[in-house]
Design a protein around this ligand. Sequence first.
Ligand SMILES: [Fe+2]
Ligand SMILES: [Fe+2]
Length: 224
Amino acid sequence: MTRSRIREQNPDPDWRAGSRLPSPVIRSLQRFQVGESGDGAALIRLAEATGDPDYAAAVRMFVAEEQNHARMLAELLRAAGAPTIAGHWSDRVFVATRRALGLRSELLVLATAELIALEYYGALAASSDPLLREVSSRILDDERHHVRFQERRLREAFAPAPRWARRPAGGAWQTFATVVIAVVALDHGPALRAIGTTRRDFYTRCRRLMTDFQVAVFDGAGPP
Ligand SMILES: [Fe+2]
Ligand SMILES: [Fe+2]
């Protein structure tokens, strides 16, 4: 789905309404905006290399949706009188980790970000600022589909492996995801407080999503 098609189906919120956001929320949104704004070229190349044109097309649509999230967050920041930022260490670490291995590893790192996004935008969608609420709800809607999309693909990718090999892979992912969730909860703590939640609550909720995802991907049907 192209960006113009996405806009055609769902016209933008009225940015002119403006937005009044606390400064910790602005700093947090600036970091998420950077994270959403990659061009997805490496992921698209890996998807094309699978030789499955339907999957490659779905990944291109997924990347277009992520870029639309970055665009909407940039508009939201502008409506709140704040600039976007050129980069952040968390995004550089995230990209370097994703590129380290093949498609399955890239998807597992990506899935960690998608699960965190579900909780993050879910919390923001309950905010009192109408524009922030609107943008977060729209992104949240896409992220729910993204999590299911990554889960399905990863389950298929791990299904041929015997259980004794899947279990440690699931454990390694859980360790990685737990560290990432803790770092994000720490880094975005002031924003989480400003929108009425806490680091601990955010961490606990993300961990719950992570456990469900791990069971769905690594404990599914397949060789014993
Ligand atoms: Fe996103
Ligand atoms: Fe996403």
